[in-house]
Design a protein around this ligand. Structure first.
Ligand SMILES: [Cu+2]
Length: 140
């Protein structure tokens, strides 16, 4: 129980759900859908990062990670919670046909164009970012 029952805990408000899909095909293309995500400061978000492709992918944005307060990253398997990771998260990696939830509250505004995936494509030897897997995160 909190000592001060009147304190406002921004991480306990009703969450706003957003989904970003990790898509593509080895040797052809890799991308985020959508490749632009918009959030507002002070709101609690549940960002579902879902891999619907045949490769593993990173969701990496250092500027974004520095502009949010992470409540938890939750991992589920067959719709059953199997893990919660708490603390400062800098990036996450998701394997094919799996997903995770990143629960966070944006605390700093900005336009962050450093979202990318640095996994190497097994057929072209290019990074996924070089094949199109980049994006922008906007915090208003
Ligand atoms: Cu990737």
């Amino acid at each position: 129980m909190p000592y001060d029952s009147h304190s406002a805990d921004l991480t306990r408000q009703k969450e706003i759900e957003k989904i970003v899909l990790l898509k593509g095909e080895q040797g052809k293309i890799h991308f985020y859908e959508p490749n632009e995500l918009v959030f507002n400061t002070g709101k609690l978000y549940k960002l579902i990062i879902k891999n619907e492709s045949d490769s593993k992918h990173y969701f990496t944005s250092t500027l974004f990670a520095k502009s949010i307060f992470t409540r938890k990253v939750q991992v589920s398997l067959n719709n059953k919670k199997v893990a919660e990771i708490k603390g400062i998260i800098n990036n996450v990696e998701v394997w094919p046909n799996h997903q995770l939830e990143w629960w966070f509250v944006p605390i700093k505004t900005g336009v962050f164009k450093d979202l990318y995936c640095n996994v190497k494509d097994t057929k072209t030897n290019l990074s996924h970012a070089n094949m199109g897997m980049t994006g922008t995160i906007i915090i208003n």
